[in-house]
Design a protein around this ligand. Structure first.
Ligand code: FAD
Length: 527
């Protein structure tokens, strides 16, 4: 045995690092093992192109818990968020555009360009989502109740949640619709302008293999209004230096607390004896002993690859095998010689149109059709594109005068009906570039270099089963008490001493840190 630790964390994603820091703060001797050359998992900055700091996967933050920032003094360790206002820009081919942000007067006048009724309704719609968020947000930082074997604390938690819903009065049915229903039904009821609805609907499908007309998408929509930046609710931000600015700050906090982090070390197996985990075996065969093992890897990797799943209770193993990793997301990172000059809002010097998320999607039917291709295993003929230009706000991520674009693409189904992503990805990226050029004709000629991450690449690079960006679909049957599987939503597993600490567990995907924090408190017996 090469060494012995109180806890070994498998994976240095942001959640694994959070767990490590909290355990070390409690005086534990902690080792983090990461298979990649860099810590951060899907929340990382990499110099893919010389001189550019690329957020290769996640690209914006708002969900990361403020309690963790405070406890671990992440600002002192270099974490800085850069607010984006406006937060979104949607250009349209008829020459109009829509800017939305945190200024309600500006939102009103922007939306009024498309519909006076929608301009009136927007603030009320946001207030409705916030009322639901008030009920749901506290659950993010709780260990979910055990539905199969409830103890008195589980029953108390369920009672409190029920009470919070009850207090919503007549608003309760709207809240349930948000948690279970299709985004489209809700958006169609609140708004009449397709431009407004398309802008909001793209938030409902990010990372989901679903169209806005499908049940469950309203929850994704709503996930995007939780969180905050500098105390402002629902405001998304860039992290200075790219998303790795957060995970590097966590790594520095960990170091100051005595956490040992080893990169380019892949765990091959979790060692188990008499139903209890006692260490890990590395891919090279070396064994390290740990009193507690916490896995930041997804449930498929943890239970099917790192464990002999015959050690698991059959019902648990079957439930793990039922987890859906359905996914249709692709990421393209692009180095640019200049900013896109949008026909609808001209200018290639940094302007409001460049700061926020750029939605390239004319209407909700466009999203539905894009999904239709994907459900038959074909990349969308006309994909939905969500672009960001962090360099328009953060001058540290690109060389002077040059820019960095992140493009989140849907739908790129992981499971193709024909062909392989290795053969298709460049031509699909070309199609995406043609679409952007249709809105900003200087785009293609400004491209210096690009990195195309197909769903297969997301799986290979970031160890995300099926390329699912959330370590498992965020559908109702895979959330809260049901994540990763019913009866085991409390970070514990059927193997004594083995815990899940990543987004495979509640509250799921997104750079939140809550899974890591809740897992640490569970391990320490404080949750
Ligand atoms: C393309 C993309 C875009 C996204 N955009 C956003 C966004 O803008 N905002 C947002 O909030 N969220 C976004 N997300 C989601 C978010 O990034 C993830 O949900 C979050 O980063 C997951 O963090 P985690 O710590 O739970 O796990 P991960 O980041 O998945 O970390 C798990 C770690 O475990 C390591 N690992 C796995 N197996 C082993 C092993 N055997 N041995 C050692 N190490 C191992 C992996 O290499 C990885 O580093 C995006 C995700 C992707 C992929």
């Amino acid at each position: 045995m090469a060494g012995s630790y109180d806890a070994i964390i498998i994976g240095a994603g942001h959640n694994g690092l959070v767990t490590a820091c909290y355990l070390a703060r409690a005086g534990w001797k902690v080792l983090v093992l990461e298979r990649r050359h860099v810590v951060g998992g899907a929340c990382v900055t990499e110099e893919v192109f010389p001189g550019f700091k690329v957020s290769t996967a996640a690209y914006v933050n708002s969900l990361f818990r403020k309690e963790i920032i405070r406890d671990l003094r992440l600002r002192e360790h270099g974490f800085e968020v850069l607010e984006r206002n406006p937060s979104s820009f949607s250009p349209f081919t008829d020459g109009r555009y829509l800017l939305l942000g945190s200024d309600s007067a500006v939102n009103r006048s922007e939306i009024a360009k498309f519909s006076g009724r929608d301009a009136e309704n927007y603030a009320k719609y946001e207030a409705m989502l916030e009322r639901v968020a008030d009920v749901i947000e506290p659950t993010l930082v709780q260990r979910p109740p055990n539905l199969l074997r409830p103890g008195w604390r589980d029953l108390w938690k369920l009672f409190k949640l029920g009470r919070a819903f009850q207090k919503m009065g007549a608003g309760m049915s709207e809240a349930v619709e948000i948690l279970t229903g299709p985004a489209r039904t809700i958006l169609d009821r609140w708004f009449e302008s397709e431009q407004v609805k398309a802008t909001l609907a793209t938030d409902a499908i990010i990372g989901a293999f679903a169209a806005p007309s499908m049940p469950g998408t309203a929850y994704v929509l709503f996930h995007h209004v939780m969180g905050e930046t500098n105390g402002k609710r629902g405001v998304w931000a860039y992290v200075r230096g790219g998303m790795g600015g957060l995970t590097q700050a966590l790594a520095r906090a960990g170091k100051s607390l005595g956490v040992e982090v080893r990169t380019e070390v892949e765990v091959g197996r979790i060692l188990v004896k008499d139903g209890a985990a006692y260490g890990v075996a590395l891919a090279d065969g070396a064994e390290i002993r740990g009193r507690v093992i916490a896995s930041n890897a997804d449930a498929n990797i943890t239970f099917n690859r790192l464990l002999d799943n015959r050690l698991l209770p059959p019902a648990f193993a079957e439930a793990v095998n039922r987890i859906s990793y359905d996914s249709a997301s692709m990421k393209i990172n692009v180095a640019l010689s200049e900013l896109p000059d949008f026909t609808a809002c001209p200018g290639s010097q940094p302007g409001p149109q460049h700061r926020g998320t750029i939605h390239l999607c004319p209407d909700q039917d466009y999203i539905e059709r894009a999904y239709d291709d994907a459900k038959y295993g074909r990349p969308s003929q006309n994909p939905v594109l969500e672009c960001t230009l962090a360099s328009a706000v953060d001058n540290t991520v690109a060389p002077p005068g040059q820019h960095l674009m992140s493009i989140f693409v849907q739908y790129a189904p992981y499971k193709l009906h024909e062909g392989s992503w290795d053969d298709l990805k460049e031509s699909f990226a070309d199609r995406c570039f043609d679409i952007i050029d249709g809105y900003a004709p200087n785009f293609k000629r400004s491209v210096i270099a690009r990195q195309v991450l197909s769903p297969l690449d997301l799986e290979r690079v970031f160890a995300l089963t099926g390329g699912n960006i959330f370590q498992g679909a965020m559908t109702l049957n895979q959330l809260f008490c049901l994540r990763p599987v019913p009866g085991y939503a409390g970070y514990r597993t059927p193997i004594r001493g083995l815990f899940l600490c990543g987004s495979a567990a509640h509250p799921g995907g997104g750079v939140i840190g809550a899974a890591g924090w809740n897992a640490a408190r569970t391990i320490l017996g404080k949750a």
